[in-house]
Structure formats: structure tokens, C-alpha cells
Ligand binder design. Structure first.
Ligand code: ADP
Ligand code: ZN
Length: 430
């Protein structure tokens, strides 16, 4: 039933394992120049429960940047076989180095993740994310092979070829970025195929924030089951937390990571079930351990047991990055609040864009929304009712009324990789 018996390990034993691996990690991390200095006064014997991890200092993205490229390595460069870099969504990229042992651990975690949402050896997996420095390429690839699936490294883009490969090779599992999945469904229909007749059954979606409403829309439009996949390069890449078939949160693999959720302002743990910043420690990484990494991703632990029997705690879908928060007229707004409202409306198509503009002395939000073809008409006056309704629904959620602009499907430019949801034009002339 499980890929690895550790998935259903008794909690007490799992926590014991975490402590043991944490101690090893501290000793190992100290071999790196960065942690050698930072953890100088720490005694591994002071760690008796996973909660003792709070005795250790945080590591931030700025620390990784300041140590670029080799400051966190515990071994000579010769021992490493792979390098990945984050996509640099929020500034200078950081590099992550892997030994062969690290790649093996990662492939195992990834295979386990795909198995837990129903992928099997007999499946054919098409990886539609970009290969290269982005971990969603090779990370998913080696995991899919480890599970034993026939794996097609299709890469990003080229919709026509993607469709042909899927049909020719009976592809049953897709790894696809959620913003692209919505677009792809439409392209498949436009190419004259019925999505219900496509061979696929499972979509692994992740790498960028998306709402439950977007997931449901993908499932409906593609006639597929979509499972949330979470990871970040600093913690290997994908395969950190993954949804099981229950679709009620993502199991975070606690034999490989210690996860905490903190109040980003105070650094203290939040109460169980409350939302905060995810902080992660690698406890199975050999060449480049990272301790108490501030991910900036906002989520919460889902209380209670999962119906699937796995004992590893679940995190809720990522509500956004702490860096994504917009402050407008004194109100805090996250892009996912907007997506949630839009995607719940049947008239709304696949794409939207939030623009922040300055009008006179005040800041305004403009939301461009693609409307499904069957609801779109050239004469904008006929769409005024819909436009007002969208503005009203948004106001109910974010407490300010944005200017809503309706547009035709496929008219908002699409990013090649992760979607760009917010454009800040406040520095530009309007
Ligand atoms: P970058 O930080 O430059 O985008 P990565 O490729 O390492 O580089 O991306 C990791 C980040 O992507 C995570 O920290 C998170 O913000 C986002 N992410 C990854 N998977 C998901 C997911 N399933 N849901 C929401 N956000 C995700
Ligand atoms: Zn489960």
C-alpha cells in the first residue's frame, strides 16, 4: 500500500528518528564554513525532541546568497555531481549542490510522493516542466524513473508536440504547472480532441501558488485528477510535500525534513493549525544540509489524522509567499485571494493579471480577467453586469474595489514557466 513503510511509521518512533538525524545533521553541517562558524557553540547532545530545534538559529535566503557559491558545502567539490539553482523569482538566484547520495535520497522521496497520489510503475509519465536549472525537470524525472514509470522528458511549451506524445504513448500521468494546465486544456480542445478521450488520469501540479478553485477547474477542464506537489530548490526541489489520494493537504516527509510554522514577525511557533511561515530543516542531506530555512511560504499544519493512514503531518496548500503581500489603502492582500474569487466564477477563463498603478496620489489595483469564449462579446456594454459582479465579489474578499477589465481568452501574455500574477506599475507613467 505504501511505497516505503516509513510513511506510516508510528509517530513516537518517527520523532525519535528525527532527533537522531538532526544530531547527525548538526555534526555534518559544521563541516561547512558557514555552519562551522554559526553552530560553534551548539552541543548535539542538547537535542532530545524535535521541538529542541528551536535552540538553533534560522537560515535565510540572504545567508544563502552571502555564502554563494560554496559556503554551505560539507565536502570537497569533487564529491558533488549536480547543481541546481532556484528560478530567482525574488532576486539573485541561489545554488544547491548534490552528491550522488543526495540525488538518490531525492529520487526516493519523489518516487514516494508520486506513488502516494496513485502513480504506479505501469503508468507513463510526461514531464511538461522546463528542464535545466529548475528542479521540476530532473527532480520529477528521476523520481518517475525510480518508481519505474516510462518517463517522457517533454519539457515546457510546444503544445502540439505535447498532445502528440500524450496520444502516441498513452500518457497517464502529467507533470504540469497549474497556470499552464488551464491553458493546455483549452489548446487540446482547440486542436479538435475531446479531453475525455485523452489517456491521462493524473496531473501533478505545483511549483507555484494556486487555489483549490484553480485545481477544481483544472480537474474539470482536463477531466483528470490533480494533486498538489510542493518543494523548493533549497530543500532539493519537488518531493518535499505531496498530496495523497484523499486530496486533503500535502504530507510533508518528516523522515527527511523537520518542518516548523512560525509567526514571521516574532519567529515563535504558531498554535497548531494556525497559518504562518514554513521553516524547514534537511535531516537527510549529505553534501549541503540547511538548518531552519525560512521559506517565506505561508501555510499551516492540518490537524488530525489523514484517512490514508500515513503518519507524516500534512501542510495546507501554500497561501502565498510572504513577499507576495500587497498593501493597498492600508489593507493586506494576497494574489491567491483574488485567484480564489475569480476561479470560483463560471464565466472566468484561464488567466488573469493584477496590476498596481498610481492614479494621482493614490494606489489602485487593476485586475484583467480573461472571459470564456462562450460568455465573451465584443460590445463591452453587454458585459457591464459581469464586470460589476466580479468587482463586487473581489471587494467582498479583499475589502477594496479594484478596477476590473474583461478580456478575451488567451489575450493576457503567458509566462514560459511560473506565472506572473502581479505587475507593479506604480513607478511608471500611466
Ligand atoms: P524560486 O524561489 O526562485 O521560485 P524554486 O523553483 O525553488 O525557486 O521555487 C520554490 C518555490 O515555489 C516555493 O518556495 C514556493 O513559493 C513555490 N511553490 C512550489 N511548489 C508550490 C506549490 N505546490 N504551491 C504553491 N507554491 C509552490
Ligand atoms: Zn493522506
Amino acid at each position: 500500500m505504501y511505497y516505503d513503510p516509513v510513511e506510516a511509521m508510528d509517530r513516537a518512533a518517527l520523532e525519535e528518528l528525527q532527533v537522531e538525524r538532526l544530531k547527525e545533521t548538526i555534526a555534518n553541517a559544521r563541516k561547512s564554513p558557514f555552519y562551522g562558524a554559526r553552530l560553534a557553540g551548539v552541543n548535539p547532545e542538547d537535542f532530545k525532541t524535535p521541538a529542541d530545534i528551536t535552540k538553533l538559529p534560522f537560515t535565510t535566503k540572504d545567508d544563502l546568497r552571502s555564502q554563494y557559491p560554496h559556503g554551505l558545502l560539507t565536502r570537497p567539490l569533487d564529491d558533488f555531481v549536480r547543481l541546481h539553482a532556484s528560478s530567482g523569482t525574488t532576486g539573485t538566484p541561489t545554488a544547491v549542490f548534490y552528491t550522488q547520495k543526495d540525488l538518490d535520497t531525492w529520487a526516493d522521496l519523489m518516487a514516494r510522493s508520486m506513488h502516494c497520489c496513485g502513480c504506479r510503475k505501469s503508468d507513463v509519465c510526461q514531464n511538461m516542466s522546463g528542464y535545466g536549472l529548475f528542479t521540476g525537470g530532473l527532480g520529477i524525472h528521476y523520481g518517475a524513473e525510480r518508481l519505474g514509470m516510462l518517463t517522457i522528458p517533454a519539457g515546457a511549451g510546444n503544445t502540439k508536440r505535447q498532445i502528440k506524445l500524450i496520444r502516441d504513448h498513452n500518457v497517464s500521468v502529467l507533470h504540469i504547472i497549474p497556470s499552464f494546465a488551464l491553458y493546455f486544456a483549452q489548446k487540446v480542445e482547440e486542436a479538435g480532441y475531446n479531453v475525455k478521450e485523452m489517456p491521462w488520469r493524473i496531473a501533478l501540479i505545483g511549483a507555484e501558488p494556486h487555489t483549490e478553485e484553480a485545481r477544481r477547474k483544472i480537474e474539470e477542464m482536463m477531466h483528470i485528477k490533480a494533486y498538489n506537489s510542493y518543494g523548493l530548490s533549497e530543500m532539493n526541489g519537488p518531493g518535499v510535500a505531496f498530496e495523497c489520494v484523499e486530496q486533503k493537504g500535502m504530507h510533508l516527509w518528516e523522515d527527511a525534513y523537520i518542518a516548523e510554522i512560525i509567526n514571521p514577525d516574532t519567529g515563535e511557533h504558531v498554535a497548531e493549525g494556525e497559518i504562518g511561515e514554513l521553516v524547514m530543516t534537511t535531516i537527510l542531506r549529505d553534501g549541503m544540509p540547511i538548518i531552519r530555512y525560512r521559506t517565506r511560504d505561508l501555510t499551516r499544519f492540518i490537524p488530525g489524522q489523514c484517512g490514508c493512514g500515513r503518519t507524516h503531518r500534512r501542510i495546507d496548500r501554500i497561501a502565498g509567499r510572504a513577499d507576495d503581500m500587497m498593501i493597498l489603502k492600508g489593507v493586506n492582500i494576497y494574489p491567491m485571494q483574488i485567484e480564489q474569487t475569480l476561479m470560483a466564477m463560471p464565466e472566468v477563463g484561464q488567466n488573469y493579471l493584477i496590476e498596481l498603478v498610481r492614479e494621482g496620489v493614490s494606489d489602485q489595483m487593476r485586475v484583467k480577467v480573461e472571459i470564456k469564449d462562450e460568455f465573451f462579446v465584443e460590445d463591452m456594454r453587454a458585459l457591464q453586469g459581469l464586470q460589476k459582479q466580479i468587482a463586487k465579489n473581489l471587494c467582498n474578499e479583499i475589502l477594496i474595489t479594484p478596477r476590473v477589465e474583461l478580456c478575451q481568452s488567451d489575450s493576457i501574455p503567458k509566462a514560459e514557466g511560473k506565472a506572473v500574477r502581479v505587475v507593479d506599475r506604480r513607478g511608471e507613467e500611466d
